[in-house]
Ligand binder design. Sequence first.
Ligand code: 5AD
Ligand code: SF4
Length: 364
Amino acid sequence: MITVTDKRELAYYLNCAGQEEKDLFQYAAGLRNRHLGNKVYLRGLIELSNICRKNCLYCGIRRGNTTLVRYELTDREVLAAARYAWEGKYGSIVIQGGERNDRAFVLRIEALVKKIKQLSNQELGITLSLGEQRAETYRRWFEAGAHRYLLRIETSNESLYKKIHPDDSRHSFPNRLKCLEHLQKCGYRTGSGVMIGLPFQTTEDLADDLSFLKDIRIDMVGMGPYLEHESTPLYACRQSLLPVPERLRLSIHIVACLRILMPHIHIAATTALQAIDPLGREKAVAAGADVLMPNITPFSKRKNYTLYRNKPCIEEGTEEGLRQLSENMAACRCRIAWNEWGDSLKPATSDGPDHLTPWEEATT
Ligand code: 5AD
Ligand code: SF4
């Protein structure tokens, strides 16, 4: 049995190698199988738009990047992608995009969510990943039928957060936390996560990130390596970064440690892993991840959703891509859970019902 009960143990396992590393991955994958079945859930990723009001120093679609062709999918394109996912038995979709909070946008998302529920006979699960919004907006979208929301904390270290974001009210760490609180209170299955291998980030920061995710009882985690983009301010720090293979190694270790720390949650094998290594996602599944997000954005648009360079998945979202993925999962001794949301999960351990947030607990 492997335990990661304190920061020292976490830091140890983040850096282990050889047989110990193999044992770590195998143990974590075994835990996933025991708690969730040896299943991998699909969430078809629809990249709605690369228009964003924010200016995060690491992100290729930040407002200040003028080298980018901006796009926005039409309603027709979003609905066609959703239908494709439903008919293809993906079970659920993620609508992700740059942050906007104008009224037209809020109403558009509400209407789109309703239409997607309608076209899929209420069957398709809908996850939103559209940044920081007012509590009222989160509620609107939840009532329209979205049931999950992803909002990465990016790093749980406030001083590091300040180093990778502009110093203004649009990029406030306390507000980020507040949004996560609103989402959980609203009833969403809430996901969060961090970037791994950021400039200035230490192993201790990463161990703290894992503890943070556990403390706030997050339901799903998407974590991936930080990948530098030449049209962003953080590119200036590229000399201080870990080599890319090291960032990959660390990311997979973190997936395994998180699985041990929170055996019952959903952990995504993220696209950024695949950007570094064509089999990066499979490696994450072999270390305990259970969610894949194949890109189903229309081909002509996805090349402009460049959070980082060398974004993969040009071939993704096709029948052939899915067949290949399914084969690769079989090689990891997992199978794709067609037509499932993967939501009706309760922790098998005694750390309390997973729908009770720390904020709710404090008031009960
Ligand atoms: N490298 C890796 N991940 C990035 N993201 C944004 N920019 C980068 C980058 N350069 C991630 C952030 C954000 C998510 C949508 O994409 O974690 O929350
Ligand atoms: Fe916008 Fe998200 Fe990129 Fe920040 S990370 S600039 S909020 S898309």
